[in-house]
Write a protein that binds this ligand. Structure first.
Ligand code: CTP
Length: 397
């Protein structure tokens, strides 16, 4: 619930702006107050009158409206909210934000605000896939801006692909995740998730069967309890968690760099199934098939991210949680792994094919700490995530 919270909603100039009318209703139903701001282009798609009527508040449009300046300066307007939501975040708005422009009311507010910002991208698929948009989103993510969506599907322009704005309820969920008052409010938690892909050549890679489901559920559970979550994921099948900063990587080396860039954190949860080895000298040319001759691959060890962070002399998170995916002697292996890596807890699970855990929706884990071993009953991965988040909250209290 969002009672007592205020959202500054910046509506950008895209056809998806019409969804903001419903978004305002859904936010208000949950108790949030909404202060709407429309860019000039947004007013071509929805009118300030309909936005103001649904918000029950004045819709702001102009930086140089002196009445507004007298009633509420633009700096003050940028500070009244608990969260700024930019929807639709068009390619142009994202570029202006990434470049630090401030030439109208919306961009000036975004530069002046000291509250978290959630962007909801919406644009043509080619524009979304354009290198410039990718650069701008990466820059904004590094600056701490959060994203929800876009979704893939049929677009108003007749094309198909990623670029559709998230639905109002998806945005509401992300807003709730960011504004949730919970025991982890004010805490920053880093989560790794998914597999890594290690290239053999430009078209082949080595990977593993991790779906990213457990890591995603943990990130969502931590965010729902109020944590600021940095989610570093390899190429996983699981839908990206809502309301958290997502950093996408491919290889173990990239994951380590992203983790180091994501620190400091109060806690870190390493749920990724990182490839232990990479192919030495994976080159830019495709290995050709030669009849009667099998290629031989030479491996080199990947950095152990969990171990590196657990053994950091400076800036180690207060609580470091690793996972152990085992097929034999689960407990004994996991107890030894906790010592070897130097982490505080290990969440151990049996990933033998007959358990159906890898790629499935349930998990049966053992929580191993200095105090000993706790056996948790088999339950949904969401429930494992919620119970783990509760334990993390208790440990950080
Ligand atoms: N891990 C990591 N970096 C690696 C390998 C593993 O951060 N290069 C982390 C995983 O995210 C997990 C934990 O270490 O939290 C255990 O990973 P696992 O693959 O089960 O253990 P290994 O150290 O690879 O040991 P083994 O393969 O012998 O079981």
């Amino acid at each position: 619930m969002l009672a007592g919270k205020r959202v500054l909603l910046i509506i950008g100039g895209g056809i998806a702006a019409y969804k903001c009318l419903d978004l305002i209703r859904r936010l208000r139903e949950r108790g949030a107050a909404v202060t709407p701001v429309l860019t000039r282009a947004a007013q071509e798609f929805v009118t300030p009158l309909s936005v103001a009527a649904l918000a029950g508040e004045k819709a702001f449009t102009d930086l140089f409206d002196l009445t507004d300046e007298a009633e509420m300066g633009h700096i003050q307007l940028s500070r009244v909210a608990d969260l700024v939501v930019v929807a639709p975040a068009t390619a142009d708005l994202l570029a202006k934000m990434a470049g630090g422009h401030a030439n109208d009311l919306a961009t000036t507010l975004l530069m002046a605000t000291d509250t978290p910002v959630l962007c909801v991208p919406a644009m043509n698929v080619r524009m979304y896939e354009h290198a410039a948009t990718g650069r701008n989103i990466a820059q904004l993510t590094a600056d701490g801006v959060r994203f929800v969506g876009p979704n893939a599907g049929d677009m108003a322009c007749g094309e198909f692909g990623p670029g559709r704005m998230s639905e109002p309820m998806e945005i509401v969920e992300a807003v709730q995740g960011l504004l949730a008052d919970g025991p982890l409010k004010g805490k920053r938690v880093l989560v790794t998730s998914g597999p890594t892909h290690e290239p053999i050549d430009p078209v082949r890679y080595i990977a593993n069967r991790s779906s990213g489901a457990q890591g995603t559920a943990i990130a969502e559970a931590l965010a729902a309890m109020g944590a600021e979550v940095v989610f570093v994921t390899g190429p996983a099948d699981a839908v990206r968690p809502q309301g958290v900063a997502v950093v996408e990587v491919e290889t173990a080396a990239e994951m380590l760099s992203a983790v180091e860039a994501g620190l400091p954190a109060d806690a870190a949860v390493f749920a990724a199934a990182v490839a232990d080895w990479r192919v030495k000298g994976a080159g830019a040319s495709k290995i050709k098939k030669v009849k009667g001759k099998l290629p031989s691959l030479e491996f080199v060890e990947n950095p152990d991210i969990l171990k590196t962070v657990s053994q950091m002399k400076k800036g180690r998170p207060g609580l470091v949680v690793g996972f152990a995916a085992e097929t034999d002697d689960v407990i004994a292996n996991a107890v030894a792994k906790r010592k070897r890596k130097g982490c505080d807890w290990i969440v151990a699970n049996d990933v033998s094919p007959e358990t159906g855990i890898m790629g499935g929706s349930e998990n049966a884990v053992h929580l191993i700490s200095e105090e000993g071993v706790e056996d948790w009953p088999r339950m949904g991965k969401g429930e494992v995530a919620r119970q783990l988040a509760q334990r993390i909250a208790k440990a950080l209290d």
